[in-house]
Design a protein around this ligand. Structure first.
Ligand code: HMH
Length: 216
C-alpha cells in the first residue's frame, strides 16, 4: 500500500531529459527555408538524394532489427519495413520527375549515420528500438514544424506528416517503452547514449546541403 512508486523509464521521458538536443534535431534553418520557400531547389535535391540513401540503409537496419525483436514488436516493425520499401519507390518517382539521379555517393554524414545504424546491430535490442523510434519521431516533428511548406515543397511536407506516419511513430514508442521497462541499468545507459547520438545525427543531417556540408 505504501510501497514507493517504482520508476519505470519511458521513451517520452528522454525528450524532456535531453530537451536541448531534441530541439536541435527537430528545428533547423533548412526546415524554416522549406516553410518560407527561400530554400534553393538544388539544395533540396541534394538533401533528397542523401535522404534516399539514408532510407535504404534504414531498411537494412530495420530488417535485422525485426529478426531479433520480441514477438509483440514484430507487427509494427514488419509494417514499418513495408512502409520503407514503399518510401524508396516514392523517392524514385520524385527523383525521376525532378530529373535527379539517385546513384550518388554517400555524403560523410550519410555514411556516419549508416555506420551508427550498423553499430546498433551489436547494441542491446532496447537501445536499437529506442533509436529507431527517436529518429522517426524527430523526422515527424521536424516536418510538422515546416508545415504547410512553400508551394514547391508542400507535397513533401504533407507526405511526411500524414496521420498514418504519426500512428506508426506511436506504435514504435509502445515497443520502445516495452523494451525500456525491462532494461537493466547498463542497458538504460546505452539507450540514453543511442538517443543522444540520434539527436546529433539528425541535427547534422538537416545541414547536409549547406555549402561546406555541415560537419563533413
Ligand atoms: C535523416 N531521419 C532522416 N531521414 C529519414 N527519412 C528519417 C529519419 C525517417 O525515415
Amino acid at each position: 500500500m505504501n510501497a514507493p512508486t517504482q520508476h519505470v523509464p519511458t521513451a517520452g521521458a528522454l525528450l524532456e531529459q535531453f530537451a536541448g538536443e531534441w530541439r536541435s534535431a527537430t528545428r533547423h534553418p533548412f526546415l524554416d527555408a522549406v516553410r518560407s520557400g527561400s530554400l534553393a531547389p538544388e539544395a533540396f535535391s541534394t538533401w533528397l538524394v542523401q535522404d534516399y540513401l539514408f532510407v535504404a540503409d534504414l531498411l537494412a537496419f530495420q530488417a535485422r532489427l525485426l529478426a531479433r525483436a520480441p514477438r509483440p514488436a514484430q507487427a509494427v516493425l514488419a509494417a514499418g519495413l513495408v512502409g520503407l520499401e514503399a518510401e524508396l519507390s516514392w523517392f524514385e518517382q520524385h527523383a525521376a520527375r525532378r530529373g535527379l539521379g539517385l546513384e550518388a555517393d554517400r555524403h560523410t554524414l550519410t555514411q556516419d549515420y549508416r555506420d551508427f545504424l550498423r553499430d546498433l546491430e551489436l547494441a542491446p535490442y532496447g537501445a536499437a528500438i529506442v533509436a529507431l523510434w527517436a529518429l522517426e519521431r524527430a523526422y515527424l516533428e521536424a516536418w510538422r514544424g515546416a508545415a504547410p511548406g512553400a508551394p514547391a515543397y508542400a507535397e513533401f511536407v504533407e507526405h511526411w506528416t500524414v496521420p498514418a506516419f504519426a500512428e506508426y511513430v506511436a506504435g514504435l514508442e509502445r515497443a520502445a517503452d516495452a523494451a525500456l521497462g525491462a532494461a537493466s541499468a547498463d542497458e538504460q545507459a546505452q539507450v540514453e547514449a543511442a538517443f543522444k547520438d540520434v539527436t546529433r545525427l539528425e541535427a547534422a543531417f538537416w545541414g547536409i546541403a549547406q555549402p561546406g556540408g555541415a560537419g563533413a
